[in-house]
Design a protein around this ligand. Structure first.
Ligand code: HSE
Length: 372
């Protein structure tokens, strides 16, 4: 089987190394690079048309960003090439169009590497779904933010230093705002929910919060409460509605998820017959992500059915009632919701609907759910 690689950055170069060393019947015959100066081998080109019109069977998109990869994935599907992508932003944003386009053209659209890095996350979901009904998933789906919060907790380092380390290690997105503001986890939760419940959720309706404003005092609060701060994503199916939310949370240190170190990811599924099953692994980085991409390529070679279905419609349940920790300069305006005042800028809320708090949350607010 012949493969074209679009992009040869962190993930693309990992895929190239693994496949070039592999003895499988899979060969990279074309590699798209951005600039003529990057061309170092005969199979490299800057011309996407040359790739689309070639005899490659699978196009692997490892470019990053949104507009250009979206165009290339569409063109690849229209040229009846199977597509493997790790690009959660493109996939979650244009899910319905791309899944339908793959179906119409009789090719596979596979995206294991887009969620959970090297964990076989979607693979396990497909496995469970064959005989079971999944009601809930939750987890830690961003390696960069887990690395930052873990470093802040275990070594007491500042947010910016931990972020820089995560960037140096190749975990962060090219624009790390996607990581620290929660967009990345939103894409991953949306894709996970779509695959689990055979649907295409409206991405723009998913509520999400990030960790950009985390300070040492929030970490100290966690330690005092025998808790750990993590950026979590979760979804629950309730009849024809999906409750889905991305939010930092103070987790009890009794919970497995609270002990997840470094850039690891964690996902938990609840289903009727299997009960709870949990998956842990490398959530980001060159080789774990490349590993997941190569697994998809081999599954295509084996003619496995990887493409998702869109056969059901769900609306998003935005009501979410819980206790929250809020640090804000506007804390006095929250008095109707407050149960405890921790200091002049930090409060704990009563059991309240998160929607009621939204008008009081601005770009400098730190909000976390209390799950203790
Ligand atoms: N920036 C992402 C993360 C990469 O840190 O999890 C893997 O999706």
């Amino acid at each position: 089987m012949k493969i074209a690689l679009l992009g040869c950055g962190v993930v693309g170069s990992g895929v190239k190394e693994i496949l070039d060393a592999s003895e499988q019947n899979v060969k990279i015959t074309k590699i798209l690079v951005k600039d003529k100066n990057e061309i170092r081998e005969a199979r490299m080109t800057t011309n996407i048309q040359e790739i689309l019109n070639s005899d490659v069977d699978v196009i692997v998109e490892c470019i990053g960003g949104i507009d250009i990869p979206f165009q290339y994935i569409r063109q690849a599907l229209q040229h009846k090439k199977h597509v493997v992508s790790s690009n959660k932003k493109v996939l979650a944003t244009h899910y319905k169009e791309l899944v339908n386009m793959a179906k119409k053209n009789g090719v596979i659209l596979a995206f294991e590497a887009s969620v959970g890095g090297g964990i076989p996350w979607l693979e396990n979901i497909r496995h469970i779904k064959r005989i079971d009904h999944i009601s809930t998933f939750e987890g830690i789906f961003n390696g960069t933010t887990n690395y930052i919060l873990d470093k802040m907790t275990s070594k007491g380092v500042d947010f910016q230093i931990a972020l820089q380390e995560a960037q140096n290690l190749g975990y962060a997105e090219s624009n790390p705002i996607d990581d620290i503001d929660g967009h990345d986890v939103k894409y991953k939760c949306c894709l996970t929910a779509n695959v689990i419940w055979d649907t295409s959720l409206p991405l723009e309706e998913i509520l999400f919060f990030g960790i950009r404003n985390t300070k040492k005092k929030d970490i100290i609060y966690a330690t005092q409460k025998n808790a750990v701060l993590k950026l979590t994503g979760r979804a629950v199916k309730v009849d024809k509605r999906i409750q889905i939310l991305v939010i930092p949370a103070f987790l009890s240190s009794q919970e497995n998820m609270a002990h997840l170190p470094k850039n690891l990811n964690y996902g938990k599924i609840k289903s009727e017959y299997l009960g709870e099953s949990c998956y842990i692994g490398q959530g980001a980085g060159k080789y774990p992500t490349a590993h997941a991409v190569v697994q998809d390529i081999l599954s295509i070679l084996e003619k496995r059915k990887l493409s998702p279905e869109i056969s059901k419609e769900f609306s998003i349940e935005r009501d979410y009632v819980s206790h929250f920790y809020i640090r804000s300069q506007r804390v006095s305006s929250l008095q109707n919701f407050v149960s405890d005042i921790l200091d002049e800028e930090t409060v704990l809320t009563k059991n309240v609907n998160l929607l009621e708090l939204l008008p009081y949350i601005d770009k400098d607010t730190f909000i976390a759910e209390i799950r203790l």
